[in-house]
Design a protein around this ligand. Structure first.
Ligand SMILES: Cc1cc2nc3c(=O)[nH]c(=O)nc-3n(C[C@H](O)[C@H](O)[C@H](O)COP(=O)(O)O)c2cc1C
Length: 178
C-alpha cells in the first residue's frame, strides 16, 4: 500500500467517525490519502480532523478557488476510490448519474477503469429500500466492489443489516484490491 494514491470520499452518515479510523489506518500503512466530503458528512466530523490526519485540504465545494477542476483532476490522480461511509442518498445518486454537489460530481466523473470500493452505512429500511437495492446492483455491474454492510446494532437502536464494516475489514478489502 506504500505510496498508493487513495481518493477517500465521505458522505453524511453516523459512521463518519469510523471512517476517520480507516483514513488513519491507510496513512499508517503508507498510503497517500486525499479526502473529499459531502456537506452533510461535515455535520458528523470536522474538516480539521481529516486535514490533520491526511495533511491535505478536504475538498467539498464545487465553486471555490483552487477546487474548480478538482472533480476531474482527482479522478486522474487516484489509483483507487473509496466511498466510506456511503449513504443511501449518495449510492442512489451515483447509480443515477446525478452530479449536484462536489462529491457527487467527482463520483459521476469516475470512469470505472480503476478500483472503486464502497462501504455502505445506513438504517435497515434505507438499505432494503428497492431504489437502494437496485442502485447497488447497478453499481456492482459497473465493477464497483461493496464492503458490507454488516448486521449489527444500528444507530436507531435495532439489530439489523446496515452497519458499516469495521475499519479493519475495510482496510483488508483495500489491501486485497490493490
Ligand atoms: C444522526 C443522523 C445519522 C444519519 N446516518 C445516516 C446513515 O448512516 N446512512 C444514511 O444513508 N443516511 C444517514 N443519515 C441521513 C443523511 O445524512 C441524509 O440522507 C443526507 O441527505 C445524506 O447526504 P449526503 O449523501 O450528501 O451526505 C443520517 C442523518 C442523521 C441526522
Amino acid at each position: 500500500m506504500k505510496g498508493k494514491k487513495i481518493l477517500f470520499i465521505l458522505s453524511g452518515s453516523i459512521a463518519c467517525f469510523k471512517a476517520c479510523e480507516v483514513v488513519s489506518a491507510l496513512i499508517k500503512n503508507g498510503a497517500e490519502v486525499q479526502t473529499c466530503a459531502t456537506k452533510n458528512a461535515l455535520n458528523f466530523i470536522g474538516e480539521a480532523t481529516l486535514e490533520g490526519l491526511t495533511h491535505k485540504k478536504v475538498y467539498h465545494e464545487m465553486f471555490e478557488s483552487g477546487s474548480y477542476l478538482k472533480h476531474i483532476e482527482l479522478n486522474s490522480w487516484a489509483e483507487l476510490t473509496l466511498l466510506c461511509p456511503a449513504t443511501a442518498n449518495i449510492i442512489n445518486k451515483i447509480a443515477a448519474g446525478i452530479a449536484d454537489d462536489f462529491a457527487s460530481t467527482l463520483l459521476a466523473a469516475n470512469d470505472y477503469k480503476k478500483p472503486f470500493l464502497i462501504a455502505p452505512a445506513m438504517n435497515v429500511n434505507l438499505y432494503l429500500n428497492p431504489a437502494t437495492a437496485e442502485s447497488i446492483e447497478k453499481l456492482k455491474k459497473r465493477g464497483v466492489v461493496f464492503i458490507g454492510p454488516e448486521t449489527g446494532l444500528l444507530a436507531c437502536g435495532v439489530k439489523a443489516i446496515g452497519k458499516m464494516s469495521e475499519p479493519a475489514e475495510i482496510l483488508k478489502a483495500v489491501k486485497e484490491v490493490l
